[in-house]
Design a protein. Structure first.
Length: 148
């Protein structure tokens, strides 16, 4: 199970926006430069986030992006689901293999539990939590320009 690079970029972009709450909107150029991501790639990622209502996009002279709600109310689980569709889960091959263990299969049960635990952890962590931790550990995150 592996998450996409788009998800990584999205999280960094959202954290950057969480760290700049005083601005009504932030230009995509500024966000992409700050987190060191190609602008066109960031545009596609942010368009997806805007469609899922995690971001608000503004056009015009004072245009840019901003969070659609407080970062404390935005969980990593929401971000994952906005970009990946759902959490990556185990898919049992019992139908294809004509396996009779399906209802009591320890493999299926273990992966189901792992998926539930991952969902719990991602639901418990907000964008604000990440922004706060980055701020508190500036030296460890100096590569990420959201530490200002």
């Amino acid at each position: 199970m592996q998450f996409s690079m788009s998800l990584e970029y999205a999280i960094h972009g959202l954290v950057f926006l969480a760290r700049t709450p005083e601005k009504p909107a932030v230009l995509l150029d500024d966000i992409a430069a700050a987190i060191r991501v190609p602008k066109e790639y960031m545009r596609k990622v942010f368009q997806q986030l805007a469609r899922k209502r995690l971001l608000t996009a503004r056009r015009g002279v004072r245009g840019g992006y901003r969070l659609s709600r407080p970062p404390a109310e935005m969980t990593l689980k929401e971000v994952v689901e906005a970009l990946e569709g759902s959490l990556p889960l185990y898919h049992c091959l019992s139908v294809q293999r004509h396996c009779g263990l399906s209802p009591s299969c320890p493999v299926q049960r273990t992966f189901q539990l792992a998926g539930e635990k991952m969902a719990e952890v991602l639901q418990a962590v907000s964008i604000q939590d990440l922004a706060r931790e980055i701020k508190e550990n500036r030296s460890e995150h100096s590569w990420l320009k959201v530490t200002a």
